[in-house]
Design a protein around this ligand. Sequence first.
Ligand code: ARG
Length: 466
Amino acid sequence: MSTPNETSANQQWGGRFAEGPSAIMQAINASIGFDAKMWRQDIRGSLAHAAMLAHVGILTPEEEAAIRRGLGEIAAEIEAGRFAWSEALEDVHMNIEARLTERIGEAGKRLHTARSRNDQVATDFRLWVRDAMDGLAAQQLDLIRAFVARAEEHAATIMPGYTHLQPAQPTTFGHHLLAYAEMLWRDRGRMLDARARLNECPLGAAAMCGTGFPIDRHMTARALGFDRPTANSLDSVGSRDFALEFLAACAICATHLSRLAEEIVIWTNPAFGFVTLPDNLTTGSSIMPQKRNPDAAELVRGKTGRITGALVALLTVVKGLAMTYAKDLQEDKEGVFDAAESLALCLAATAAMVRAMRPDAARMRAAAGAGFSTATDLADWLVRELRLPFRDAHHVTGRLVARAEALGVDLAGLPLAEMRAVEPRITEAVFGVLTPEASVASRRSHGGTAPENVRAACAAWKERLA
Ligand code: ARG
C-alpha cells in the first residue's frame, strides 16, 4: 500500500480540489483494505460495461479492445500478487481504473462513461454475494447428505429425546439427525430465495438518476448473469436489502449449526458419553492430560455470534439513511465477507463432525430407558386398552411414576400389583409398551420417530438429493 500523499489532489476526482485529503481523511475514507476482495467482480463488471458501451457506439471497437486487454493484464497482475494497491486511490474501483489508464492511456479514461462508483459497487457487491450464496448453498447440500447418510445408518439407534433438556420420550439418532436435515434444507431454500431477489443488475443506474447516454442495461445485465436490470435507479444505488437477506439467511443457518454444536458439546461430555469425536476433530489441554475438547463444535457455536452480529450491524448502518447512496454504505462489506467466510468454515466443520462422530448406542439406549421416558406410552395404553379419557390416563400414569420413583425402579420394573393398586384394570400386557424399543416402534404417525419412518424418510431424502 502506498503512503498517503497529503498535498496532491485525488487524480480521479480532484479537479475542484486545491489539496488532497489529510491523512485522517484518507484513513477513514479508504476501503481498499477490504474491498480489494471484489477485484474479480469489478473487472467482470467493467468488461461487460465496456462491451456495452462499444455496442451502442459510445466507445470505438479499438477502445473497447484496449480496455479488454488492459483489464486482462491487470487481472493477471493481481492474481500474481504484483498489483500495487494504493490507499490514496480509496477503493478497488479507482485502483483498477487508474491502473488501466496507466497501462492503456486515453481509452482507460473513457471506461467510466455512463457509470458511477455507486452503481459499480452495487453491481460488484451483488456479484460477490451471489457467488457466496452459490458456494454456501452447495455446502448446505453437502451437510444434508452427511445427515442423511448417518441417519440411515442409525435409523433404529435409540437415544433419549428431550424437551427442556429433560428426558421426554425415546427417539432414534437417525430421526434426530434428520431434524437437522430439514432445518438445513430450509436454510438452503432461504439462501436461494434471497439469490432470486438479488439477481437484478444495478449497473447503469449511474450516480442515482440513470444517464443521458443511450446505454443498454439489458445487455450488461445479461452479460453478468442477472435476470434483468433493476427497475429504479435510486433503489439500485441506495438499497442493500440483498445483503441483509443474505446475512439473515447466514444467521439463521449458523443458529441451526450452533444448536447442533451445543448438542455435540453435551453428547461428548463423559457424563453423557453419547458420542465421541475422533482425535483429528478435537483438541487437548496444555495442562490437563486427560482432556479431549470439542473445540470445533464450540467454535461453530461461537462464530454464530459474529454472523448474527454482522446482520445487526448492517441493519443498523442502513436504518437511518435517506435515499440514495451515502458513504455509510461502504460499511456494508466487511460484515458480509466475514459472515460468508465464517459460515463456510462452520458448514465444513459441522459436515466433518457429522461424518466422523461415533455414537455409543449402548449408552444412548440406557439413557433412553431412564427418567420414566415411556410414561406417555403407558398413558396411551390406558387410553387405548381401558378407554380412559387421556386426562385421566395422564393422572393415573403420574401416580404410577411417583410410586416407581418412591420404590427406586423404572416403570417396567414396577410390579403389576403396585400398578393395580392405582388402577385395578391394568393387565400384564401393559409391559409390552414400556420399553424404549416398543415406544419408538409404535410412533408411526406421519413424521414420527419409528425406525421404519426414518428409513422411509432417508429414502425420500435420497430421491430429493439425487
Ligand atoms: N468504496 C465505495 C463503497 O464501497 C464505492 C462507492 C463510492 N461512491 C461515492 N459516491 N463516493 O461504497
